[in-house]
Ligand binder design. Structure first.
Ligand code: G4P
Length: 517
């Protein structure tokens, strides 16, 4: 993957390299076991040798100060946005999604860069609130879902009931890929529905063991009642193969990985403004879906995470940065491993690489070898929490302006500059984002700020003919702002006000989602 000089690959070489990429994220409700499963997967992939934790704590038990600490400690922390490892002849890119719902925009952007999601469900709790929300995001993009029912080593709900619940709550067909042997304290392994192979301690159980007897009865029922795995429905996001296991006891983890090797989706075509870009096209294209600062405490560099959408990227190559029209030289593209990173001499469609930069690259940007295309699908959502930034030391106004732009480019908050010249307004989905903004402004820029409430609860991007937007802005000056890209945004204080504005301005569009790019 990263060895020495890169020779040109033939078209078939390119296609076969791309075919062995698996790029996925794990989605779950906090506490279902995402952290534990991630760690076990990385261990199976040889990415971490020790039984050490990927993180000190799972998502659930993180307090506000933990989150602040995480932001501060990013540079030395093992939390990275992507972890690359090899398993079963495939190159896996596991993308991390923040577990806290206040960062759901970040999660959404990350999901635009994956080809598949592993949905972890707690066997005792079934589908929980956040699982459902994350699943809906995947559905919007028809992302294929693999289900891992975790904690089978504890008291669990009935397996048929769980499969039913997934099918009915998510309107998704379920096909068991494995079946658990024994339950709770007696959970002894899994039975592969396709190969009929038994895995885990259960291999040594006699047929007379109560667990094996129960297995054959359940299998009879399962095979009669549940749909068989169908590759096409899975690829289309309509059917999920279901695995049973225990991340903690390392049961079922390799079942899951082997399945991703066998039929995990290969890199998908990515939508752009003009056409779909297929992964095996020779021209290199890439989409920036995440920016992370403070990866290295000694440098103020920012890391842009790029999903390679097509072709083969080689270190040293220059790509066009489509938004600015300038060239971007790939001097130091990097792969990330669990505890380590390495220069990426070459990388293929499906791979995710980090590109250090000084603020040139923004979320949603496209890099392209030749064609002038822009990927779509990375959205901004209209925030519902809008706060005015109050600066404590007026001497730092200029610094604050620059810092807000940088942090908004990173996606920490959305920035709205009121057209009437009043102090900037920041928009967020969850209040934890405000805490992160405040602590980073203080810690990294030495700027102390507070927040003041605004009368606004609604933000809408305004589109239409330029002259009409200008006329509208004149009349509504105090409710108009420009976003980071200079696009006009209307701020309303109530639904009633918003509806009235829409009615009275039929020649303008008011949007709650903006596609970046
Ligand atoms: P999260 O990232 O989804 O929030 O979950 P995390 O992996 O942190 O797991 C949440 C809790 O569930 C942890 O226990 C973890 O050990 C436990 N857990 C995860 N997978 C399994 C499993 O397969 N079986 C069982 N029995 N437990 C599992 P904790 O007591 O809250 O923390 P810890 O002290 O074990 O770290």
């Amino acid at each position: 993957m990263s060895e020495a000089a890169s020779a040109p690959v033939s078209a078939t070489g390119l296609a076969s390299e791309i075919r062995r990429r698996r790029t996925f994220a794990i989605i779950s409700h906090p506490d279902a076991g995402k952290t534990t499963l991630t760690e076990r997967i990385l261990r199976a992939g040889g990415a971490i040798q020790l039984a050490g934790n990927v993180r000190a704590k799972g998502e659930r038990r993180r307090t506000k100060s933990d989150w602040m600490g995480i932001e501060r400690d990013r540079g030395i922390s093992v939390v990275t946005s992507v972890m690359t490892f090899e398993y079963g002849g495939c190159v896996f890119n596991l993308l991390d999604t923040p577990g806290h719902e206040d960062f759901s925009e970040d999660t959404y952007r990350t999901l635009t860069a994956v080809d598949c999601a592993v949905m972890v469900i707690d066997a005792a709790k079934g589908i929980e609130d956040r699982t459902r929300k994350l699943f809906e995001i995947c559905r919007l993009r028809d992302i294929p879902i693999v289900t891992f029912i975790n904690k089978m080593d504890r008291e669990a709900q009935d397996c048929f009931g769980l499969l039913d619940e997934i099918a009915s709550t998510l309107a998704l067909d379920t096909s068991p890929a494995t079946w658990p042997i024994g339950r709770a304290g007696h959970f002894a392994g899994t039975y592969d529905m396709r190969t009929r192979e038994i895995r885990g301690e259960a291999v040594d159980l006699p047929q007379s063991d109560a667990r094996m007897v129960a297995l054959s009865e359940e299998l009879e029922l399962a095979e009669a009642a549940l749909p068989l795995f169908d590759r096409e429905s899975f690829d289309a996001g309509h059917l999920t193969p279901v695995f049973f296991g225990s991340a903690m006891k390392e049961i079922g983890v390799t079942d899951l990985l082997d399945a991703l090797v066998a039929y995990g989706p290969e890199p998908r075509a990515q939508p752009s403004e003009t056409r779909e870009v297929k992964a095996d096209e020779e021209q290199v294209t890439a989409l920036i879906f995440k920016i992370q600062a403070n990866m290295d405490p000694n440098h103020r560099d920012r890391m842009a995470f790029a999903r390679i959408c097509s072709g083969k990227l080689t270190r040293g190559m220059r790509l066009k940065h489509v938004r600015t029209g300038k060239q971007f030289a790939l001097h130091t593209p990097q792969f990330f491993f669990a505890r380590d990173r390495q220069l990426a001499e070459e990388a293929f469609a499906g791979d995710v690489v980090g590109l250090p930069n000084h603020g040139t690259l923004r979320i949603g940007d496209t890099l392209s070898e030749s064609e002038e295309l822009r990927f779509t699908g990375v959205p901004h959502f209209a925030p519902e929490i809008l706060r005015r930034v109050r600066l404590d030391d007026a001497m730092k106004a200029k610094k604050l302006r620059q810092a807000l732009v940088e942090l908004a480019e990173e996606g920490v908050v959305q920035l709205f500059r009121p057209q009437d010249g009043l102090p900037p307004i920041v928009g967020v989905v969850g209040t934890l984002q405000l805490d992160v903004l405040q602590s980073r402004l203080q810690g990294e820029y030495g700027v102390a700020i507070g927040f003041e409430s605004t009368p606004y609860t609604i933000a809408r991007w305004v589109t239409g003919e330029r002259a009409k937007i200008e006329a509208f802005s004149m009349v509504n000056r105090s409710a108009m702002a420009d976003d980071l890209d200079g696009d006009p945004v209307f701020l309303a204080s109530s639904n009633f006000m918003m509806r009235r504005t829409v009615e009275m301005n039929a020649d303008l569009g008011f949007h709650d989602i903006k596609q970046i790019g």
